[in-house]
Design a binder for this molecule. Structure first.
Ligand SMILES: Cc1cc2nc3c(=O)[nH]c(=O)nc-3n(C[C@H](O)[C@H](O)[C@H](O)COP(=O)(O)O)c2cc1C
Length: 191
């Protein structure tokens, strides 16, 4: 079994990545394979509303000059998908929004490519707006017929500078329990 995570932060290996890695620690303990894809520095543009994905129905976005289709392939192959973002102006990053819009539309055009995969949101934040970012990500999972496990708090960790989330004990615990719950759910689905 495999879980792939996409980190939408403009900053590689920052707080969002640290939170995802906490989730991963628990998954790996259960023998579940993990992969972190960091969108920082990658070219990924928004949806151009061409609707060619509805004509082609080939499980691909028709815009092929950036990393989107390689992300879609990884999502199709995985049993679980984590979408992770820092909070930017009380919402998700532009890069993660581009991934959501284009992979989401491609999925709808192809009858629901991520149906019944496990989905989880992870959000880093300095102070406020993370619940909105968390909700934005969850809209993708629910309209895609995905199964969403919870944790003991909404999946967010607090910190400004790189590494600050290491000091947010509750945030880290929330990620660990999320990891345990994703692992439990995957084993129920695929066991
Ligand atoms: C463009 C931008 C907008 C931000 N907007 C918010 C915000 O609305 N609320 C907040 O609490 N923090 C905000 N932050 C702070 C980040 O969410 C915070 O530093 C987070 O830990 C960064 O995660 P990262 O290390 O993975 O990039 C913003 C940071 C940037 C660069």
């Amino acid at each position: 079994m495999k879980v792939v995570a996409f980190n939408g932060s403009a900053r590689k290996n920052g707080n969002t990545a640290i939170l995802v890695n906490r989730v991963f620690q628990k998954l790996e303990k259960e023998g579940i394979e993990t992969e972190l894809v960091q969108l920082s520095g990658e070219k990924i543009r928004g949806c151009i509303a061409c609707y060619k994905c509805f004509e082609n129905k080939d499980q691909r976005c028709s815009v092929t000059n950036d990393v989107l289709n390689s992300c879609v392939e990884k999502m199709v192959e995985a049993d679980g998908v984590i979408l992770a973002s820092p909070t930017y102006f009380a919402n998700i990053s532009t890069e993660l929004k581009a991934l959501i819009d284009r992979s989401g539309m491609t999925s709808i055009a192809n009858g629901g490519m991520f149906k019944r995969k496990v989905g989880a949101a992870v959000v880093a934040v300095r102070r406020a707006g993370s619940i909105h970012a968390f909700n934005s990500i969850n809209h993708f999972f629910f309209i895609g017929q995905m199964i969403v496990p919870g944790s003991t708090y909404w999946n967010m960790g607090f910190g400004l500078d790189k590494g600050d989330v290491e000091k947010d004990e509750e945030g880290l615990r929330t990620m660990e329990i999320l990891g345990e719950n994703i692992g439990w759910l995957l084993k129920k689905i695929h066991g």
